[in-house]
Design a protein around this ligand. Structure first.
Ligand code: SAM
Length: 285
């Protein structure tokens, strides 16, 4: 089976640590839940037949929804072709600034908005997603002379995967997204990172603070009580170590790619926390 891969570059994307994550997934599970889907690196790698995916970023989820609809997907591809052909600095700003006028922006079709999101992601500086307080995308031009919005046939592979399997796509808060998880299901939480110091994490207009990390830890505990397999990745911070001290904390090293400040890039300690052991990790702590 040809597997898809993320169709956008996303802050906190898990492509580089996929092998490490795969080592810790449960041996067997029913429905797969990924409530902070972002670029969906692990979803596409595992390609489960039944999944619930979610993100609070409405523009991102709109792309998944369009990819999941054959007719809309075809229309989006046509627009992507024209974005590729017209690509230039001036054109980038023209497309970027479409969200400055909310009344015309809200009238755009969902597939037009999806094509815009993919194009901006490929053409902007460093694949960042950042909006200002008015919700306007404000990342500058990435200075690429050519953009490839398809990346081979990846979009087709991803669209086929989403349409041919039982994939539910949500745009709610993570807590609501996992409310239906039952014993034997598997939830992978990849929230915005906690930090011992201030770091870039404005994925959406709201951000994600320490109280959200605490709320997530209580959702983790509730799911654990229900018999759901739960895996979570985060930075190895004081708060995270305290919140998950009753579970299996596996320390791994990961290289961060996206940061608004180049000095903050580099190696950071990352943790994978599970409430179970599997055949590969049995006996490890
Ligand atoms: C670390 S990223 C996920 C990266 C993803 N695993 C990947 O491989 O690309 C975290 C995601 O959480 C989303 N997010 C932030 N707050 C949220 C919330 N309260 N509920 C659901 N999603 C949220 C952000 O929009 C962002 O896409």
């Amino acid at each position: 089976m040809i597997k898809g891969k993320p169709f956008v570059k996303w802050a906190g994307g898990k492509r580089q640590i996929l092998d490490k994550l795969k080592k810790y997934i449960p041996d067997e599970y029913n429905t797969y839940y990924e409530p902070f889907i972002g670029g969906g690196a692990l979803l596409f790698e595992l390609s489960p037949r039944s999944a619930v995916i979610n993100d609070s970023n409405a523009e991102l989820i709109n792309v998944y929804q369009v990819l999941c609809n054959e007719e809309k997907f075809k229309k989006m591809c046509k627009i992507l072709n024209s974005h590729e052909t017209n690509h230039s600095e001036e054109y980038y700003y023209e497309i970027r600034n479409k969200d400055r006028n909310k009344s015309t922006y809200n009238k755009l079709s969902d597939y037009t908005r999806a094509a815009r999101t993919i194009y901006l992601n490929k053409a902007c500086f460093n694949g960042l997603y950042r909006v200002n307080s008015k919700g306007e995308f404000n990342v500058p031009f990435g200075k690429k002379t050519k953009v490839n919005t398809y990346e081979g046939n990846n979009l087709i592979t991803v669209s086929n995967y989403l349409t041919m399997n039982d994939i539910k796509i949500l745009n709610v808060d993570f807590e609501e997204a996992v409310a239906t998880a039952k014993k034997g299901d598997f939830v992978y939480f990849d929230p915005p990172y906690d930090s011992d110091k201030a770091i870039f994490n404005s994925y959406t207009e709201e951000g994600f603070n320490k109280d959200d990390q605490r709320r997530l830890a209580s959702v983790y505990k509730e799911l654990d009580k229900k018999g759901v397999y739960v895996m979570l990745s985060n930075h190895n911070t004081v708060l995270i170590k305290e919140l998950y001290k009753d579970y299996n904390i596996h320390i791994i090293e990961a290289k961060r790619n996206i940061n608004s400040n180049a000095e903050k890039r580099g190696k950071v300690e990352e943790v994978i926390i599970t409430n179970y052991t599997n055949n590969r990790t049995f006996g490890e702590k």
